[in-house]
Design a protein around this ligand. Structure first.
Ligand SMILES: Cc1cc2nc3c(=O)[nH]c(=O)nc-3n(C[C@H](O)[C@H](O)[C@H](O)COP(=O)(O)OP(=O)(O)OC[C@H]3O[C@@H](n4cnc5c(N)ncnc54)[C@H](O)[C@@H]3O)c2cc1C
Length: 391
C-alpha cells in the first residue's frame, strides 16, 4: 500500500537548488520533504568547481552588469553562511581556497580584459607583487591579480545541507504529477515502497531532470529548458594546488581549481576550454587541454601527469539566443515552482525567491515514513574517471 503523505511542500531534486530550497522552506516554518532519484548533487552540483564567484568572470568586458552585481551580492550571503552569521550554518565546510589568481596570456586582448576586470569589479582585486607570486605562475607576463573568491567542496556542501534535514530526504522516482492551482499530488516509488504525496506546492529543482518532470506535469510546452554542453578536463599527478582564471580579453581561457584524490593533486579545468570540448573527440580534447594548460601556465612541469575529461550539461531556462541566462530562474505555475539557479553561488538567492511562493501552514510531516532510504552522495568526477598519460 502507498504511504499517504500530506505536507506544505515537496522538493524534487537533491542538488544545490533543491537542498537550499528545502532549508529555506523549513526555516520559513513549512513542512517540507525532498525526493532525489539518484544521488545528492548528481549532474551539475558534483561537477561544479565550487567557486563562489565574486563576479569577476562577468566583469572582464569592463562593465559590471547585473550578473557581476548579483554574483557579488550572493558571495556576501555565502560569507554569512560560512561564518555562521545566518543559516544554513556552513562553518567548518571544506574550503579549498580563500582567493584565486587572475592572470593573462601575452596578447593585447589579455591586457584589455585585465584592465576591464580592475575597473569594473566592486571589490578591487589586489595586484600580486612578482616576489609574492606562487611558483606555478612563473613565466606569466603582465600583472597577476588576487581575487577574493572562495572555493568550496560542493560534495561537502551537499552533505552538510542534507545533514541539516535528517529524515527529510529520500531516494525515489516520481511516477506522476497531477497539478491543480492550489495543490499537487505526486506519486513516488521508492525502494520497495511507494507514496502518494499531497503538497500545497511542489518545487521542481531537478536540474536537467526538470524537463521530464515538466512534461509529466503537462507543463512541457509552457516552460522550456536549454542544455549547454561542456567537457571539463582533469589532470592528476605531482602538481601544485592551483586556483585561478587565465584570461584573454573577455574570454576566460581556463579556470583551474584543485582537490586531492588518493593523496594526489587533481586539477579540475573549465572555462572556454570546456565550452569548446563537446565539439571534440575525448582523446583530441585532452591533447588540446594539455596545450592550453601549457600555454596558460608555461612555468609548470606537467611531467608524470595523467589526463582525463568528462561531459556534463548545464541545465537552465531557455533564453532566446541560447546564451547563459543573466540570473536564476524561479517561476511559479499554479502549484508548481520551477527553479534553475544558473550558478551554485546563486542557489541560496533562488531558494529565497522560491519560498515566497508559499505561506507556511506547519501542517504535515517533516520526515519520510519509516522504511524510506536516504540517497547516497554523488561521486566527484575524478573518483570514477579513466586516466591516460600523454606522450
Ligand atoms: C562543470 C561545471 C562547473 C561549474 N562550476 C561552478 C562554479 O564554480 N561556481 C558556481 O557558482 N556554479 C558552477 N556551476 C553551476 C552549478 O553547478 C549549477 O548551477 C548548480 O549546481 C545547479 O544545481 P541544481 O540543483 O539546479 O542541479 P543539479 O546539480 O544538476 O541537481 C539536480 C538533482 O536533481 C536530481 N534529479 C534529476 N531528475 C530527478 C527526478 N526526476 N526526480 C528526483 N530527482 C531528480 C539529480 O539526480 C540531481 O541530484 C558549474 C556547473 C558545471 C556543469
Amino acid at each position: 500500500m502507498a504511504d499517504a503523505i500530506q505536507i506544505d511542500a515537496l522538493v524534487v531534486g537533491g542538488g544545490v537548488a533543491g537542498l537550499f530550497t528545502l532549508h529555506a522552506l523549513r526555516e520559513a516554518g513549512c513542512s517540507a520533504l525532498l525526493i532525489e532519484s539518484r544521488a545528492l548533487g548528481f549532474g551539475q552540483t558534483t561537477s561544479s568547481q565550487g567557486i563562489l564567484h565574486a563576479g569577476v568572470k562577468y566583469a572582464l568586458g569592463g562593465v559590471a552588469g547585473e550578473d557581476a552585481n548579483e554574483a557579488s551580492e550572493a558571495a556576501a550571503m555565502w560569507g554569512n553562511f560560512l561564518q555562521g552569521r545566518s543559516g544554513p550554518d556552513l562553518r567548518g565546510i571544506r574550503v579549498l581556497a580563500t582567493h584565486e589568481y587572475l592572470w593573462r596570456t601575452a596578447s593585447l586582448m589579455g591586457a584589455a580584459g585585465m584592465l576591464g576586470a580592475r575597473l569594473a569589479l566592486r571589490t578591487r582585486p589586489a595586484v600580486v607583487e612578482p616576489s609574492q607570486r606562487p611558483a606555478w605562475l612563473a613565466g606569466v607576463r603582465g600583472d597577476v591579480l588576487s581575487l577574493p573568491e572562495t572555493v568550496i567542496d560542493p560534495a561537502d556542501l551537499s552533505r552538510r545541507l542534507a545533514a541539516a534535514a535528517p529524515g527529510a530526504i529520500a531516494l525515489g522516482q516520481v511516477r506522476a504529477i497531477r497539478a491543480e492551482p492550489a495543490s499537487a499530488t505526486v506519486e513516488i516509488e521508492g525502494d520497495g515502497r511507494s507514496a502518494r504525496v499531497l503538497a500545497r506546492r511542489v518545487f521542481l529543482c531537478a536540474g536537467a531532470g526538470n524537463e521530464a518532470l515538466l512534461a509529466l506535469a503537462g507543463l512541457g510546452m509552457r516552460v522550456s529548458m536549454q542544455r549547454r554542453p561542456l567537457r571539463q578536463a582533469m589532470v592528476r599527478g605531482p602538481l601544485p594546488m592551483v586556483f585561478g582564471h587565465c584570461i584573454d580579453g573577455a574570454r576566460t581561457r581556463i579556470t583551474v581549481t584543485s582537490d586531492t584524490d588518493d593523496g594526489r593533486t587533481v586539477w579540475h579545468i573549465g572555462g572556454e576550454l570546456a565550452e569548446k570540448g563537446p565539439a571534440m573527440q575525448p582523446d583530441a580534447f585532452v591533447r588540446y587541454a594539455r596545450d592550453e594548460v601549457a600555454a596558460c601556465m608555461p612555468g609548470v612541469s606537467l611531467a608524470g601527469a595523467e589526463w582525463s575529461s568528462y561531459a556534463v550539461d548545464r541545465a537552465e531556462a531557455r533564453t532566446p539566443d541560447t546564451r547563459r541566462p543573466s540570473s536564476a530562474h524561479v517561476q511559479a505555475h499554479g502549484s508548481l515552482v520551477v527553479t534553475w539557479p544558473v550558478k551554485l553561488v546563486l542557489a541560496p538567492r533562488a531558494a529565497q525567491a522560491a519560498v515566497k511562493h508559499i505561506r507556511a501552514s506547519r501542517d504535515g510531516a517533516d520526515r519520510w515514513p519509516e522504511g524510506w532510504t536516504a540517497p547516497p552522495l554523488a561521486a566527484r568526477p575524478w573518483q570514477d574517471a579513466t586516466w591516460t598519460r600523454l606522450p
